[in-house]
Design a protein around this ligand. Structure first.
Ligand code: HEC
Ligand code: HEC
Length: 392
């Protein structure tokens, strides 16, 4: 009886052997085995010389051209805690699909159980970004991924252990060989980061109610949202100068002088990346797509809700800069004197930037055999995961 049960279980397990997808994700079209983005925005000109805020502004180039298998392998890796030293943290712990690929915390918590320096940005449309991290210190998704993987405060892994763990998994051995068929030794750190980049570049959000409006369906926005959009684009508020459609970021660094959480020292941001004092307190302009789901807001999560984040802009240029700090606030940050009603209208408009229709499937079974934390409630608190692992 027992034997029969084991046999049945084995058959069941086998039946679930993981196979990588052979077709491109929605929004991508396949050409010669590679996936390329298709979007109506590609028919418009790029932003050059077009001013800002126009509904018919084109998209910058995206990282695409990955194979379906590479994208799908990246999806498994993204959700698999095997990437962390203690096998208890996946990328998805801090980039949760149901939270705009952020984690609901002001500052994320990793392997040490202590908050890291900054909050986790959302990852929708990240394939368009030329620089990564709040302080713009990485220039590719591959370079970026090495950050959390090997940071002692985040996933705390080492290249050696990561390669050993993946090579000890027959399932991964197979999947890497499928995704990188032309290579003898397919399991490598560069292939891990390439697959992660491929998956993240497939997180496309360009079909919100705002997009439907921009592309000609004028009923898609309510009257209040249209009012909010007009304030947003106005020369008084100037939001669109930096958070420029259609990505809702111009991808530049701006010094706007947001406050740190109570008691924390000033974060000099991009000054450190570029060794440029005029960028003290400068951060990458974040995209505002799916913004309602990715709070708290700003690099250190100082603002719990969107209303406070928007109100910051109308409280006076440099009002939160600590005394004695020389910060060169961007010239588009001024005192727009927005009324409460205008702030509420902008917040309503930001709500129309939500589109999660291409949310990827969260794997229920992982190649490592570990639990996908993102598919359980545990993922809502990385702290809880950490404490559990301490009891082991
Ligand atoms: C412990 C939580 C944590 C884990 C685990 C984690 N991240 Fe992050 N992620 C962050 C934080 C915090 C930042 C911002 C850090 C900064 O800017 O200094 C970030 C930034 C990023 C960015 C830059 C986004 C942008 O707009 O600039 C990408 C991409 C990213 N993470 C992908 C990943 C991937 C892929 C993994 C898994 C290999 C991962 N993260 C694991 C917390 C985490
Ligand atoms: C000069 C460029 C600039 C202008 C103008 C600007 N922003 Fe920002 N915005 C930024 C930067 C840079 C950040 C990140 C700052 C930080 O983390 O400290 C940011 C952050 C935000 C955030 C938080 C995003 C997140 O993911 O946490 C929101 C919301 C926001 N801006 C909305 C607006 C609105 C609404 C306006 C117009 C009233 C506006 N911004 C005008 C540059 C700008």
């Amino acid at each position: 009886m027992y034997r029969l049960l084991v046999l049945l279980l084995l058959i069941a397990a086998n039946a679930q052997a993981i196979e990588l997808k052979q077709s491109c994700p929605p929004s991508f079209e396949e050409r010669e085995g590679r996936c390329y983005l298709v979007s109506r925005y590609q028919f418009f000109d790029s932003m050059q010389g077009k001013g800002v805020g126009g509904t018919h502004t084109g998209l910058p180039p995206i990282r695409d051209g990955f194979s379906p298998a590479q994208i799908d392998l990246g999806r498994y890796l993204f959700f698999d805690p095997i990437l962390s030293r203690d096998h208890n943290l996946s990328c998805a712990n801090c980039h949760q699909p149901q939270r705009g690929f952020s984690d609901g915390m002001g500052r994320s918590v990793g392997a040490t159980g202590e908050p890291v320096k900054r909050g986790a940005p959302g990852l929708w449309n990240v394939g368009f970004l030329r620089r990564l991290f709040w302080d713009a210190r990485a220039t590719s998704l591959e370079e970026q991924a090495r950050g959390p993987l090997f940071d002692p405060k985040e996933m705390a892994n080492t290249p050696k252990q990561l390669l050993e763990d993946l090579s000890n998994s027959p399932e991964y051995e197979q999947l890497f060989a499928t995704a990188f068929p032309e290579q003898d030794r397919a399991i490598s750190i560069s292939n891990v980061t390439l697959a992660l980049a491929a998956f993240q570049s497939s997180l496309i959000s360009l079909n919100s109610r705002y997009d439907q409006y921009a592309l000609g369906y004028h009923q898609a926005l309510s009257e209040q949202e249209i009012k909010g959009m007009n304030v947003y684009r106005s020369f008084v508020a100037r939001c669109a100068e930096c958070h420029t459609p259609p990505l809702f970021t111009n991808q530049q660094i701006a010094v706007i002088g947001t406050p740190e959480p109570e008691g924390l020292p000033l974060d000099i941001g991009a000054e450190a990346t570029f060794d440029a004092p005029k960028l003290k307190g400068g951060f990458k302009v974040p995209s505002l797509r799916n913004i309602v789901n990715s709070g708290p807001y700003m690099h250190s999560g100082r603002f719990d809700n969107l209303e406070d984040a928007v109100r910051f802009y109308t409280q006076g240029r440099g009002h939160a800069v600590p005394e004695g700090v020389d910060m060169q606030i961007h010239w588009h940050i001024w005192e727009p004197n927005l009324s409460d009603q205008e702030i509420t209208d902008i917040v309503a408009f930001l709500g129309a930037l939500t589109d999660e229709s291409l949310l990827p499937e969260i794997p229920t079974i992982l190649p490592s055999g570990l639990m996908s934390l993102a598919s359980t409630n545990q993922s809502l608190s990385p702290n809880a995961n950490h404490k559990e692992s301490e009891h082991e």
